[in-house]
Write a protein that binds this ligand. Structure first.
Ligand code: MG
Length: 372
């Protein structure tokens, strides 16, 4: 069962990546994605835009495919997006994958104001049967997860602004992109609802490399459950040379933090996308990702967190380790229902975070950050 579950997650993440690629590569869909509608041009029937529909459709595809194959987890699959579309009269339509391609296309065309062409292209991808050859099954472990006590978080398209805008800018630091389609990720994370620990994560990068006008994706996974730690072979083979340590930040961090890190000898790099920044840490392209603000949510971190744990790293709360001097174990982000719901926006990692692969480096970094 366990291998099949992971295999199914990889397949559905690939299906999600296909949908994301098709929307950018199909001329008609791409126009819908990038057009800025104003006033009377707006979809007269539905308030939400096409970008939101793309997000919701990917999320619902993951929910549908996993929920129908693994009923034990079906009622505990959560996503960033609300799947209710509403019009200005207050009528609502629920976007869900239907029993077949025709029915899904017909539902989508309702939200798309009768745009059958767009609805059909999307429905084909949603109902496509991926073969096992389309995913990388190298190194997949035998595992038995207690799915009845697990939950799942989905971020259908992390870094939406890069997804829509998409101009490529390469950083000087190794292979890290500051912006562009490479920063777009599909994030799926499975957590234990009792312990709140993330146990299995998938990061699919739909736009990893370009071949002519076509994009190829890349998918990484990791599992940390009990004594079992396993991940994609490509993550294990990443070799770190003796370059200076690289800290990834989002563009919104203040100059105090940047100059403190630089004066301590770190290379400071910026990149778009929480999912992408965590991926860079997991790959070893960056050493840590520091975020001092509460601008990520559980769907942004659950999957990458599981992968980092599989590699011996993790994600801790920024405020807890810096301000409160809590142990790393007490500071680790947790996904149980009661955590994070007492104050602030629901499901927000409101104390910021530090994502790391190597805990000795984290200790060193915490001492530096306490000087702020
Ligand atoms: Mg996100």
């Amino acid at each position: 069962m366990g291998t099949r579950f992971l295999e199914s997650l990889l397949k559905v993440s690939e299906k999600a990546a296909n949908i994301a690629r098709v929307i950018r590569q199909d001329e008609h869909l791409f126009k819908l994605l990038v057009q800025e509608k104003k006033g009377s041009e707006k979809n007269p029937r539905f308030v939400q835009d096409f970008k939101t529909l793309a997000d919701v459709l990917i999320q619902e595809t993951v929910k549908h495919d996993i929920g129908s194959q693994f009923p034990a987890i079906a009622n505990h699959i959560f996503g960033e997006e609300n799947n209710m579309f509403s019009n200005i009269l207050g009528d609502t339509i629920k976007v869900e994958v239907q029993e077949d391609q025709v029915a899904t296309a017909s539902l989508l065309s309702m939200v798309l104001s009768g745009d059958i062409q767009a609805a059909e292209v999307l429905a084909v991808e949603v109902h496509r049967n991926l073969s096992v050859e389309e995913i990388d099954t190298d190194n997949l472990p035998q595992l038995t997860l207690p799915l009845e006590q697990c939950g799942m978080w989905i971020d259908p398209i992390d870094s939406t602004s890069e997804y829509i805008g998409g101009e490529e800018v390469k950083l000087s630091v190794g292979d890290i992109y500051q912006s562009g389609l490479q920063c777009v990720t599909v994030l799926i994370g499975v957590f234990d609802r009792i312990s709140g620990q993330p146990i299995l994560g998938v990061i699919n990068q739909p736009f990893h490399s370009q071949h002519g006008s076509r994009w190829k994706g890349k998918c990484r996974w990791g599992v940390k459950f009990g004594d079992l730690s396993k991940c994609s072979t490509s993550l294990l083979s990443s070799t770190k040379d003796d370059r200076a340590k690289v800290v990834l930040l989002s563009g919104s961090e203040g100059s105090n933090l940047k100059s403190l890190l630089r004066s301590a000898g770190y290379i400071v790099a910026e990149a778009a996308g929480a999912g992408y920044k965590q991926l860079c840490v997991a790959c070893g392209d960056a050493d840590v990702y520091v975020l001092s603000k509460g601008s990520t949510f559980r769907w942004d971190t659950c999957g990458p967190h599981a992968i980092l744990r599989a590699l011996g790293g993790g994600i801790v709360s920024y405020s807890k380790v810096i301000d409160v001097d809590k142990s790393l174990e007490e500071s680790e982000l947790n996904y149980s229902e009661r955590e994070g719901q007492s104050s602030g926006p629901l499901h927000c990692n409101h104390d910021g975070l530090i994502a790391f692969r190597d805990s000795s480096l984290l200790h060193e970094l915490i001492l530096i950050l306490r000087q702020l």
